[in-house]
Design a binder for this molecule. Structure first.
Ligand SMILES: [Zn+2]
Ligand SMILES: [Zn+2]
Length: 137
C-alpha cells in the first residue's frame, strides 16, 4: 500500500552529524555536543608568530572541533584541569581539553575547550527517529 508516508519522513527522521573515533568507530560526540566558535583571524591572532606578508589570507580551516564535556572523558570526570583526551574504547588520542580555554588553529579562543582533532575522528550523518533521539539522554 502506497500511503503518502514519504511526506512524513522529514519529521520522523532527523539527520544528525555524529563523530566517531577513527580507530574503533565508537561515537565520541554528536552534532548537538559541538560547541561552535567564530572563526578567528588565523595567524594574525597568534602574537608569537611573525605577521606574514599576505595579510588578507583566509583563516585556515579549523582542524578540530570543540565539544561539551562528555561522559567518556575520564580525565574530565576526575577533575583534571588540562589533559589529553583518549578514546575510552581504544585509548587513541583524540584531542585534549583545558578548562582555561584553548586556541583553535583558526585563531579563535574556545573557553573551556574540549578539542577533538578532525584527523582522529570520522564525521558521519545518521538518521534518528524522534523516539531514538528522545531515548538517548
Ligand atoms: Zn577554529
Ligand atoms: Zn577509539
Amino acid at each position: 500500500m502506497e500511503e503518502a508516508n514519504n511526506s512524513n519522513v522529514g519529521t520522523d527522521l532527523k539527520p544528525q552529524m555524529i563523530y566517531r573515533c577513527k580507530k574503533c568507530r565508537r561515537i565520541v560526540a554528536a552534532e548537538e555536543n559541538v560547541v561552535l566558535h567564530e572563526r578567528g583571524e588565523g595567524e594574525k591572532c597568534f602574537k608569537w608568530k611573525k605577521r606574514t606578508k599576505g595579510m588578507d589570507k583566509e583563516p585556515p580551516e579549523c582542524s578540530s572541533i570543540f565539544v561539551e564535556p562528555m561522559k567518556w572523558m575520564q580525565a574530565v570526570e576526575e577533575g583534571t584541569n588540562e589533559e589529553k583526551l583518549q578514546c575510552i574504547g581504544c585509548k587513541a588520542r583524540l584531542g585534549s581539553f583545558n578548562w582555561a580555554g584553548m586556541q583553535c588553529n583558526c585563531g579563535a579562543w574556545v573557553n573551556p575547550a574540549f578539542q577533538l582533532h578532525k584527523s582522529r575522528i570520522d564525521e558521519c550523518r545518521i538518521y534518528l527517529t524522534a523516539e531514538q533521539d528522545a531515548a538517548r539522554n
